[in-house]
Write a protein that binds this ligand. Sequence first.
Ligand code: USQ
Length: 383
Amino acid sequence: MRVLILGGDGYIGWPTAMKLSAAGHEVLVTDNYMRRNLMRETDSEALFEVPNLHERARIWEESSGKTVGVEIGDLDNWDFISSVFEEFKPETIIHYAEQPSAPYSMIDRRAADLTLRNNLGVTFNVIQAMNAYTPDAHLVKLGTMGEYGTPNIDIEEGWIEIDHKGRKDKFLFPRAAGSLYHTTKVLDTDLLWFYVRVWGLRVTDLMQGPVYGLATNESGEDARLYSFLNYDEIFGTVLNRFMVQAVAGYPLTVYGKGGQTRGYLHLRDALQCVQLAVETPADPGELRIFNQFVETFSVNDLAERVQASGQRLGYDVKIENLPNPRKEMEEHHYNPTHTGLLDLGLEPNFLDEAEMDAMVSLIARYNDNIVTGRIFRGVKWKK
Ligand code: USQ
C-alpha cells in the first residue's frame, strides 16, 4: 500500500514509518519540524539528539534495505499538501501532524493560537486534499483518550446509543476535554464526522492514551533510529518523565493527589494498533473509532512502579506530591471500553517489571544528558 505519514518526524511518526516500511508498504513521510522548533524555543530538548528525517531515512535504508521517502514542508500550506497528494496518490494517510502537547497549548495566548490554528488547519487541509486527489483513500487520524475527559460513567468506544423519550439513536460519545490541545482533537473529530457524512470519506479516529517507551522491533538497539525521548514538562509524557526523574535522583513529580487515571500503552503497541487500522480500513462513509490503550494506571500506580524499578536497579527514588498545575479531577471513575483493536488482533505488551527495568536501564545510559531544570516549570492551566 502507498502510505503517507503526516508528522513523520514525531515520537510516534518515525517509528510508524519504519514499522510500515518493514511490513512492505511504500512509505512517504512529511514534516515541517514544528516539534523540533518548539522544543528548542521552550528549552525542552529531548534526552539525546535525534538525526533529521533525511538522515534517519538513510540510516534506515542502510540497516533494512528499505526506502522511506521524505518531504519537508508545512501541511497548513495548500500548495505543499496538494502537491504531495497529487504526486504520491496515497492509499492510506496517517495524520499525526499536530502540536501534541497539552501543557504547551496552555502556556499563553500565542501557544494556544498556534495549537488551534495548526491542528484544525492541517486536519481541514487533509480532508480537502483527500477529496480533491484521493477520495477513496483511508485516513487514520490520531485523536486522544483525553477527548472524553473523565465522565462519571463508563467511556464507550467512540459512540453511544441513547434511548430518549421512547426513541433511539447513536451519537458520538460526549466529549469534555481537559486542555486546549485535547479540545483541538475533539474539534478534529467533529470536522471529520461532518465530511464523512457529506462526502463519504473513510476515516479511523484513534483515541490514544499516553504512550511510553523507546526501543521498537525496527529500531532494535540502534540508538540512531530511536524516537525523541522527552522528559521535560511540556513534551514528556508522565511515565517517560518519571523514569528519567528516577535516574536523575529527582523526586517523582506526582501532580496533586495522583489519582488521575488514564489508559497507557507502549510505543510498540501504538505501532501495532496503527498497522492494524491501516491494513483493515474503514468503509466509505464510516467514521470508525478505537480507544487505543492496553491498561489503565493512576499517576500514583506509575510512581510506585518506577520507584520499585529504581530500587531494583540501585536508585533511591523519592515521590513528591506537587500542587497540581493542571485543572483536572484527581480522584474519579475511569473504565473505558477498548475491545476494537483487540478484536483486530492487537497483542498487548503489558508494563511488567522486566519492561520497566529495561526502560530505566536504557535511560540510565544517557544520565549525563539530563538537565534537571527542564523537569518542572509549572505551566498553569489557570493563571
Ligand atoms: N502528570 C503528573 N506528573 C507529571 C506529568 C503528568 O502527575 O510530571 C499527570 C497529569 O496531570 C495527567 C497524567 O499524568 O493527569 C497524564 O499526563 P501526561 O502529561 O502524560 O499526558 P497528557 O498531557 O494527557 O498528554 C499525553 C500526550 C498527548 C496525548 C495524551 C493522551 O502528550 O499527546 O493525547 O497523553 S490522554 O492523556 O489519554 O489524553
